[in-house]
Design a protein around this ligand. Structure first.
Ligand code: NAG
Ligand code: NAG
Ligand code: NAG
Length: 134
């Protein structure tokens, strides 16, 4: 090996290592407050989607698709948020299907609120009382 081929080799090796998996999360799931029973979408995307497969985990377990909660493209759609079933940390995983290389997003949690029904009930009573006074 002479002194001219060494730099070429180094550049080749460097490029090969970099070209394989060159992606990062350009959208990461965020914490959100949702009223129980309402819908929400946890969003996820990567900068380069070539050969990328997405899946989601909740507390480390793969999220299965159900009618209530399913993967929609790279996002996770929850049609009726449930305080017990959606408790914990959601993560999006982007995996290059040809290399197996995976990136894990930051975790996101849902703050599921139950107040809506109570607030509506109280307001209805209030309106009723005001109405009766007139
Ligand atoms: C996934 O791996 C293949 C094969 O190495 C590569 O061509 C492709 O660019 C990679 N995808 C991403 C998003 O990095
Ligand atoms: C994900 O990001 C890539 C790169 O910016 C973009 O081309 C693609 O349209 C995005 N996908 C969605 C569903 O927004
Ligand atoms: C859920 O469905 C999506 C889109 O149909 C698919 O990409 C994903 O792999 C499925 N998830 C599981 C855990 O089967």
């Amino acid at each position: 090996m002479n002194s001219k081929t060494l730099p070429v080799l180094i550049i080749l090796v460097f490029n090969f290592g970099c070209a394989q998996d060159n992606f990062y999360f350009n959208v990461q799931p965020k914490d959100a407050s949702v009223i129980s029973g309402q819908s929400t979408i946890l969003e996820c995307n990567v900068s380069n989607t070539k050969q990328i497969i997405f899946y989601w985990t909740l507390n480390g377990d793969t999220v299965a698709n159900t009618t209530r909660r399913y993967q929609d493209g790279s996002n996770l759609r929850i049609t009726r948020v449930n305080r017990e079933k959606d408790l914990g940390e959601f993560k999006c995983i982007a995996m290059n299907s040809s290399t197996g290389f995976s990136l894990f997003s930051s975790g996101a949690s849902l703050n599921v609120m139950c107040e809506l029904e109570n607030v509506e009930m109280e307001n209805n009573w209030l309106y009723f009382l005001v109405f009766v006074q007139f």
